[in-house]
Write a new protein. Sequence first.
Length: 166
Amino acid sequence: MIIPLLGTFGLTVAIDNVTVDGQIDLNRPGLRVICGPRMSEAMRQAYDADPVIHWDRDDIGWKLVDTRTGREYRSGSRLDPQQPTDSAFLGRLPHPDGNGSFLAIAGIHPNGSLGVIHLLANEIATLWGQVGDRRFSCVVGVEYDPQTGEPVRAELASPLNRHEDT
């Protein structure tokens, strides 16, 4: 879904995979990464550099924490009773070498990542109007069909946090 979306903006798209050992070169121009902190040390370090939204893990599982408000965002699969919802990170983070940035997407579960793509496909003009090419981060709340896992609704669960405002 993201490849055709990016193509509509005239962007050249190439697909690469994070290696089994989590290696990925984050210092490339035009990079879009769909990967959480568990799968890659490089991505864990990139997420740790975010000044507002932090990944954390406790005895319930992974969660996203808004450090400005203290609010925690979790997957509905970890709630009692379970809900077909997930939370996901969306942001533009700095390259480790400090030269440029890349778009980072990661759901607590794959349903969350799919929800971010759904949000981008439907709201990219609105999002771009608010953040442009600046660094930002936010949490996306996703509701998905429990039978198919496909997103049925995705919306910002936190504010769009522009990093120059932190």
